[in-house]
Structure formats: C-alpha cells, structure tokens
Design a protein. Structure first.
Length: 437
C-alpha cells in the first residue's frame, strides 16, 4: 500500500483503507496514446469519429472520477463485483481511476450535448497475458433526442436501413424484448423500439465501416451478431459480436439509456441510446497486433508502421528472447483462492468475488499479478497458473505460476530476471502471507 498521499496533476488525494493504486499505474495517466496521431488506438478513434460525423468528440483530461460517477449514479448496486478492491483502482474511498467511459455519461448530458463520442483511458485490475493490460481505452458514443424530436426517427431509420441493405453484411439478431431485457416502463414502447432500431442500424453500419473491407475479401458477407446483455444503466441492453477469423469476437456493449441517467443530468425530457467500445480489442484484430503491451512501446519500429486514417497490417519485428521463471508456493492455511473470470472484460460481466477490504485470507490472482506488475512493469509478458493441488492431509493449497519476462527493446540477462523474480517473491511472501515451496 502507498505511504504518501497521491498527487496527480496537482491534486492531492488523502490515503485511506481503499487506496490501492500503485505508482506504476499512476505513471500511465498522462500518456494519452489515444491522442497520438498515428498510433493504432488513435487511428481507430478517428475512424469512429469520422463515421459519426455529427457527434461531438470529447476527451476528458483526467482519468480520476468519483466513485459516485463511476458506479453510483449509473445504478451499480453496492455489492457489484466491479467495485471490489481486487477489480478496480482506488485513490481513496471517494475517488478512483474510471473503469469505463460510461463514468462520463451524466456530466456530458448535463452539458446539453445530445450526440457525442468520448474516448479515454480506463483502468481495471486483471490477470496478465497478451490481451490484458491494466490500462486500456474505450470509446463511449451516444445519441439522445428531445421527446418532441423522436418523430424524426422513423425516417432516419429508413435511410440507415436502406444504406445497410446495399452492404454485404449479415446480421444475426434473435434478441427480443422480455422481462429480463425490457423497454423502460415510462417509455412509449413505440419510441423505445425506434430508438433501439436506430442503435442497431448505427452500430451495424459502424462495424461494417471498420470490418467490411477486410472481412468480405473472400466474397462472404460480414457476419454481425446481437446478443441480449445486462448493464445497470441501459435497458434493453445488448452486446455485439463480429465473426472474425473463425470466431465470434465481442466488440461492444450498448443499450437504451436508463431514464434515471438523463434525469440526474437535468434532461428528463430526452431519450436515446449509448454504446461502449474497447479500442485495444479492435486494434489488435484490425492491425494484427499480437501483444497488448506493444501499444505502450516507445520503439520506432512500432510507431513508424502506422499512418493516420489507415488500417494497415502490423509486421512483427524481431523480438528479444523471453525468459521464464516458475514460482511455487503454499497459500495461507484455510485461504480461499479466487481467480478472475477469464475474459470477463466488462464491468457488467463481473470478475471475481468481492474481497471487500482485501484483508481477508483470500488469495486473489489479481493481487498476485499486481505485485508482479509493480516489480517488473512492462517486462512481464504473461503470468500463467501451471499447476495447483491441495495437500491430502493438511488440505493446504499449493500453486505454481510461470512468470514470463521479455524486454521490448533489448535482451534481458538471467541475473536481471532472477533479481526481479526474487523481488516478486519477497513481496508476495510479505504482503500475501504465502509460503514458498
Ligand atoms: N460501460 C460498459 C462496459 O464497459 C459498456 C456500455 C457502454 C454498455 C454504454 C452500455 C452502454 O462494459
């Protein structure tokens, strides 16, 4: 745990029992890779902004938001797993690093904006592998209308549908309105349906813009799939997937904005939709970028490959060799082990069980990974559980993790890696009460 109050962009945040943000994470808050003109994350942001050309593009200057903004005002229940110290980064009990761009919905509607896109870095504690990094980027997009403008929707929807008609896109949508994914009680169902139609057409057309060219090369149409979902701040809610290289790839979450959000923003006479899109996920597939850490490299061999406005295929340059070390240990007697749900990238999906306070005898993989990150930073490539067993007599649990290290810009020496491994070991013994085998 940190010892000095946090100072971020001139603001001081007093520490309390919630403070769990390490310096290595805070060092990312002003990197702004989503604003570097020819960075893949920024190229995609720009393509989405061009697509929604009548939307105002926003980009908040700090990732620090109140817990109220990130969770409470969006209707997250007090016991939602996303709130736990194992899943989110807190400065103190009142302020945190936003876990999603939806944290800015209320304030943006309050500014009177109806159509806006907002791009930003978001922060979540997670496991370590080639597609997870504690900082990533999301884009929030919304369209809302004054109730007296909703009559323009049928015409708009007809145009959008006609444009999509002409595209080689196959939309698989078996979703239905049901008690588990209902229209809102105070919405006229006709209006709710038109807003939902507009949401679907708008996003299908965005996805075709992003994937169409590459996905239809073989003459097959682009396949897009709509799935019912749940978010506390939208209903009905959906997730959208695209068929890409033989698998369904989850792209975004979306839905009709909960009226309570608009009420809190002081615009109760409006209604509309919102979506949240993960930019790394999208960039990795569209640019063929194999490792999420590459987005953070300063290596010119990465940066010179991309140019603004263009989706191009990344050509891997030779990488320095990896070096792995295993670490086997016993959990404290009677400890419960809690592993984050693999691939549950979304706030709403919920990761592991809440270990509120973080002080119980719970071994959470995210806590282990956090210490590894603090010691080794971007030098750690993957942390993989390779073995676990329970002692038949003592019922103590044992785990073995393989830590794979690689420097992006040079070779690592064995001594260096041993030193890192030793530091990780010392810290996990001290902080997690585990015992090396
Ligand atoms: N904020 C949600 C997430 O991160 C995505 C979302 C945005 C869903 C807007 C609905 C509306 O998982």
């Amino acid at each position: 745990a940190p010892r000095q109050p946090y100072v971020v962009n001139g603001q001081t945040y007093q520490l309390d029992e919630w403070s769990n943000t390490p310096p290595s994470i805070l060092s990312k808050v002003n990197r702004n890779i989503h604003r570097l003109p020819s960075h893949p994350i920024s190229i995609l942001r720009q393509i989405v902004e061009d697509h929604f050309s009548s939307h105002t593009a926003l980009s908040p200057s700090t990732p620090i938001v109140s817990v109220h903004q990130n969770f409470d005002e969006l209707g997250f229940p007090p016991d939602h797993p996303g709130r736990s110290l194992t899943d989110s980064y807190y400065l103190n009990k009142e302020y945190m690093l936003r876990t999603h761009t939806s944290a800015h919905e209320v304030e943006s509607y309050r500014r009177g904006l109806d159509k806006w896109l907002l791009s930003a870095d978001v922060y979540r504690r997670d496991e370590i592998d080639s597609s997870h990094y504690p900082v990533f980027h999301q884009m929030e997009g919304t369209s809302v209308w004054s109730l007296d403008q909703l009559h323009t929707l049928p015409e708009l929807n007809k145009e959008l549908a006609a444009q999509l008609e002409k595209c080689p896109i196959q939309i698989e949508d078996n979703t239905k309105i049901s008690p588990s994914n209902p229209y809102q009680a105070h919405h006229d169902p006709i209006h709710a349906e038109q807003i939902t139609q507009n949401l679907k057409h708008s996003l299908n057309s965005l996805i075709f813009r992003l994937f169409g060219k590459q996905a239809t090369k073989d003459g097959e149409p682009l396949r897009v799939r709509w799935i019912e979902a749940y978010f506390p701040f939208t209903t009905p809610s959906y997730e959208v997937e695209v068929w890409w290289e033989g698998e369904w790839l989850e792209l975004l979450g979306c839905g009709v904005v909960m009226q309570k959000t608009l009420d809190q923003a002081g615009v109760p006479d409006k209604a509309g939709w919102a979506f949240g899109l993960g930019l790394e996920r999208l960039s990795m597939v569209l640019f063929s970028i194999p490792d999420i850490r590459l987005f953070w490299t300063q290596d010119p061999r990465f940066h010179t490959q991309f140019s603004a406005g263009k989706i191009s295929t990344f050509k891997p340059y030779s990488r320095y060799p990896p070096c792995y070390k295993d670490m086997s240990f016993w959990l404290p007697q009677g400890a419960i082990s809690d592993t984050a749900g693999k691939g549950s990238g979304s706030v709403a999906g919920g990761g592991g069980v809440s270990a509120a306070g973080g002080k119980g005898r719970v071994f959470h993989e995210n806590d282990y990974c956090e210490i590894v990150r603090e010691v080794a930073g971007d030098l750690v490539e993957t942390v993989t559980l390779i073995d676990e067993f329970t002692h038949p007599k003592t019922s103590r649990q044992s785990k073995c993790y393989r830590l794979n290290y690689r420097h992006m810009d040079r070779s690592l020496s064995n001594e260096e890696v041993n030193e890192l491994q030793q530091k990780v070991q010392d810290r996990v013994v001290e902080e997690m009460g585990i015992e090396m085998r």
